[in-house]
Design a protein around this ligand. Structure first.
Ligand code: SF4
Length: 100
């Protein structure tokens, strides 16, 4: 079971807007995802923000809502992603929090 992460707005403030999730991915020979230098056509590469953020799930680019459940399984997100790091930290804290 995943730890509680609070309201969606709190969750979204975790993002440090690196924009790496908005670049196409390739898969290397070992099956690992590699971030390419090709951005989504809706990404402003200077500000690293999505130009259609409020409609991103509807524009047909395959954008997904990053929930904690999705992030847990999203090996295509970079290790540096703030969501992955926050989730990993919560899991580590949960493990050291005395359940065992
Ligand atoms: S990779 Fe993670 S931290 Fe970077 S912009 Fe995407 S969601 Fe935000």
């Amino acid at each position: 079971m995943l730890p509680e992460l609070g309201p969606l707005n709190d969750w979204e403030t975790l993002c440090h807007r690196c924009g790496l999730c908005c670049f196409e991915k390739t898969v290397d020979r070992r099956g690992r995802f590699v971030t390419s230098c090709v951005p989504c056509r809706h990404l402003d590469i200077v500000s690293r923000s999505c130009r259609v953020y409020s409609k991103r799930l509807e524009v047909g680019e395959g954008c997904v809502q990053l929930t904690s459940e999705l992030v847990r399984d999203a090996d295509w997100l970079p290790d540096s992603c703030a969501y992955r790091q926050a989730l990993n930290n919560l899991v580590v804290e949960g493990r050291s929090g005395g359940e065992g």
